[in-house]
Design a protein around this ligand. Structure first.
Ligand SMILES: Nc1ncnc2c1ncn2[C@@H]1O[C@H](COP(=O)(O)OP(=O)(O)OP(=O)(O)O)[C@@H](O)[C@H]1O
Ligand SMILES: [Mg+2]
Length: 286
């Protein structure tokens, strides 16, 4: 699988000088806020004057388009079938965000064979030219298609909440990723937390497990606070940073986006036998 991931990355890199940062937003457990974080991260990065595209990589059950209130006519499925070019399927979302739809509810898409999936991923990643970021929203869990998408991108944001099942499933996903690609850059984003400290704790718990059992630290990109405005924005089919820019979710999302932009991630102290992790940076704890 690693060889194929390398092949995909080579495909992406071969004909563009400026390669965007490709970032998957994923999770072990479903419903933890991936799609909301992917969309609002993408839009906040645009507000920070970056060029961004969002690929709805939740193949087979895509809904980022629904959450954005855009209605793509064609999907990646049309590329796989050879009916459309990539340029035909890109639709413009709010703030000029380029949105590539996965293909909602398409049974074939969720069950694509190896070759079809490779074609699809490489086609989507070819959008590269002129972009700073390609954010990929994935479905949850360890399904083959999800793992292949994760392998094809450079950076992985793993979203987790403070629920024990979310933390345990995040660890399971990270283990699977690192077994295939030990050097993969993995960053935890905590979501739906009541305070920044609760977010730090989510990361601390995951990091303790990865350090102890996988001998690998994972980084921390910050947290998005629990905020009822998120559900209200979802109902209105709007991104919360646009519908409620002053909300606590939007303000915490802004911090996360700046951390992603600057790769300002928190790391624990290097692994030592005694396992004394420290979390010192103020911006993450206030
Ligand atoms: N920060 C938050 N505060 C409050 N509610 C939130 C927050 N983030 C997400 N939610 C709620 O969780 C719901 C699920 O979010 P979302 O669809 O982004 O999750 P997901 O991980 O993409 O789910 P799936 O695994 O089904 O793709 C949202 O509709 C919203 O109501
Ligand atoms: Mg989703």
């Amino acid at each position: 699988m690693t060889d194929q991931a390398q092949l995909l990355r080579n495909l992406v890199n071969q004909d563009s000088c400026i390669v965007p940062r490709t970032i998957a937003v994923t999770s072990g457990k479903g419903g933890v806020g991936k799609t909301n974080i992917a969309i609002n991260l993408a839009l906040t990065l645009i507000k920070l004057e970056r060029k961004v595209a969002l690929l709805d990589g939740d193949f087979g059950l895509a809904n980022a388009d629904l959450l954005l209130g855009v209605y793509p006519k064609y999907t990646l499925m049309d590329i796989v079938n050879g009916k459309r070019e990539l340029s035909d399927i890109i639709v413009e979302g709010p703030l000029g965000l380029k949105v590539i739809a996965g293909g909602s509810g398409a049974y074939e898409l969720a069950n694509l064979g190896q070759m079809g999936l490779d074609r699809m991923i490489s086609a989507a990643l070819h959008i590269g030219q002129g972009l700073d970021f390609l954010i990929v929203d994935t479905s949850a869990g360890l399904a083959r298609n999800v793992i292949r998408v994760i392998m094809a991108v450079k950076e992985v944001l793993v979203v987790a909440t403070s629920e024990p099942s979310s933390i345990a499933d995040a660890y399971g996903l990270i283990k699977t990723i690192l077994q295939r690609e030990p050097e993969k850059e993995i960053v935890i984003i905590a979501n739906m937390v009541r305070s920044p400290n609760e977010g730090l704790l989510v990361w601390q718990k995951i990091n303790l497990m990865t350090a102890r059992f996988l001998r690998r630290e994972v980084k921390y990109g910050g947290s998005v606070l629990f905020d009822h405005k998120v559900a209200a924005a979802v109902k209105a089919q709007q991104a919360f940073i646009l519908a409620y820019p002053g909300s606590s979710a939007s303000r915490s999302m802004q911090n996360v986006a700046e951390n992603v932009l600057n790769k300002n991630y928190l790391s624990a102290e290097p692994i030592t036998a005694g396992r004394n992790l420290s979390f010192g940076r103020d911006s993450f704890a206030t």
